[in-house]
Design a protein around this ligand. Structure first.
Ligand code: ME8
Length: 503
């Protein structure tokens, strides 16, 4: 049946492939943290996940950045790409594939793809004259620009360019793209991003230039080595070449049989047009399937402006991780920013949220329960919780909340999913306050037994919190698991839990 087939299909999730013009900042980390929590959630749901990230290393912007530090493009790319990997390690990012667009295997895929699109009659040569933003690596419409032809995103003037380029016949795909958007209302998420895409499409899609005569640092156009392939045409294909990275002879065919199409491209809203319009058209031209979903999240801002490498108004993720640890950083941004919207960082807010939620709600519940257990009971786990749980309102609350958070994770409502898990912690603290097991223990007899049952229930709720929050705060959750007396193997083997029951 179709559901069986879906179970076998891997869940392929991607982050953007980041430009190596500068080291990562909190904005780059944000997309990757979000993708990681979704990947971890899908693994908990029993899916085979392929989580792809990597670096986008060609184009004028990169060549200029390398020259500015006196490095060769290759050395520059190696160093910055490595700084992404090392940040992902510090942030506990569980990626499966890291693709670099300078990898020769990727270049082979790009050449194969280009030749397919060419053979399909979708590439032609023409002169182009227009205003170019080097930071976006994109020709702009004059009406999109601010005063002095400044790019609204980068606040830098665009330069006038005239080139003899190869073009991709995007306009041919207008109708088929409209159909995709109509037939798959979930293709672009959240729904307000779908509206943005539909509005662009209304003004009519124009062919775009996919080569550069003036850029040397790139993959050569197979039929005309004087030109290089446009960095976006090259980079998007990284999602496909990542899938065949481990094969000796990578090809589009092997990549496709290794999991294409992607289940979810997670990106920032700045690159929505490339992913929701250009990319599906390119794929159709080459006869490949389009991704299932493109989710465009919002920006982390500083003083209302997009935090970014080009504006230099960034927040250092390394510094935050060193001060507060990876879980605090992951939790704060996923809980604080409604996924899809923009969000602002303030240190005061960061500290307040992390203390209130992780320390005061979850940490406190764990500590007071373990304290009572140690003081009053011999073994770490005192009774069978399924017996303890019969007809218990608290248990029902836990079950409802954990189910709610599962649905929220599934719908990419990451902040709400965190909130539901935290509510289990709040309910646990209320339950323990109401039951006052410390005095029941003192009374002895039947009261003692009922206090022990309360503890078992709360310990089980704690275990469920540790599973349900593990996509967001994996280290903290492992530590909770261990304190509850389980092993790391048991933590790693945990799957999504719906009910209060023991391992
Ligand atoms: O665009 N807030 O790379 P890039 C939230 N190489 N997210 C942010 C952000 C912010 N302030 N700043 C950046 C590129 N991002 C291309 C992608 S994909 C085939 C090629 C995140 O290094 C966000 O996901 O400029 C944005 O889309 C991405 O970083 C852009 O990274």
């Amino acid at each position: 049946t179709s559901s069986k087939k879906e179970d076998k299909e891997p869940y392929v999730i991607t982050t953007p492939l980041y430009y190596v013009n500068a080291p990562p900042h909190m904005g780059s980390a944000y997309s990757t943290i979000a993708a990681d929590s979704i990947a971890r959630f899908q693994r908990l749901m029993g899916k085979k996940v392929i989580f792809i990230t990597g670096t986008d290393e060609h184009g004028e912007k990169i060549a200029t950045a390398a020259a500015a530090c006196g490095s060769s493009p290759n050395d520059h790319c190696d160093a910055i790409s490595q700084s992404y990997r090392s940040l992902w390690k510090d942030l506990d990012i569980s990626y499966d594939k890291f693709i670099r667009t300078t990898d020769p295997k990727h270049e082979a895929i790009v050449e194969e793809f280009y030749s397919k699109v060419l053979a399909n009659g979708d590439i032609y040569r023409a002169d182009y004259e227009g205003l170019y933003c080097v930071s976006c690596e994109e020709y702009k419409d004059e009406k999109e620009l601010l005063e002095n032809n400044c790019c609204p995103m980068h606040l830098k003037p665009c330069v006038s360019r005239k080139e003899d380029n190869y073009f991709f016949a995007l306009s041919k795909y207008q109708k088929r793209l409209e159909e995709i958007l109509e037939q798959n209302p979930d293709f672009v998420q959240p729904v307000y991003r779908l509206n943005e895409v539909q509005n662009w499409m209304k003004s009519g899609l124009r062919d775009f230039s996919i080569s550069r005569a003036s850029v040397d640092w790139g993959i050569r156009v197979p039929s005309d080595p004087k030109q290089t392939i446009y960095v976006w045409f090259d980079a998007l294909l990284g999602y496909i070449s990542a899938l065949s990275q481990d094969q000796e002879q990578p090809s589009l065919q092997t990549a496709i049989s290794s999991g294409w199409p992607a289940s979810l491209h997670l990106i920032g809203k700045d690159i929505l047009r490339f992913h929701a319009v250009y990319w599906p058209a390119m794929l159709m031209s080459a006869g490949l399937s389009v991704p299932k979903t493109v989710f465009g999240h919002g920006f982390l801002t500083k003083d209302g402006m997009k935090m970014g490498k080009s504006l230099g108004n960034t927040l250092e993720p390394n510094e935050l991780v060193q001060r507060f640890g990876p879980d605090a950083v992951r939790y704060f941004f996923l809980r604080e920013v409604e996924f899809g919207n923009d969000g602002d960082y303030s240190e005061e807010r960061f500290i307040n949220i992390v203390n209130a939620h992780l320390a005061n709600t979850i940490g406190n519940l764990l500590n007071r329960t373990l304290g009572l257990l140690k003081k009053n009971c011999q073994s770490t786990l005192v009774a069978d919780s399924s017996v303890a749980a019969e007809g218990n309102d608290f248990k029902d609350t836990v079950e409802k909340l954990v189910e709610k958070s599962k649905l929220q994770y599934e719908s990419l409502l990451l902040s709400s999913a965190c909130e539901s898990v935290l509510e289990i912690g709040t309910a646990g603290n209320l339950y323990i306050d109401g039951r006052a097991p410390w005095s029941l223990f003192k009374q002895g007899g039947a009261s003692f037994d009922s206090a022990a049952k309360d503890l078992v229930l709360i310990l089980e709720a704690m275990r469920i919190i540790a599973v349900a929050l593990s996509p967001v705060t994996p280290k903290l959750c492992l530590s909770i698991y261990r304190q509850l007396g389980y092993t790391e193997e048991q933590f790693n083997a945990a799957t999504w839990v719906f009910s209060v029951s023991r391992h």
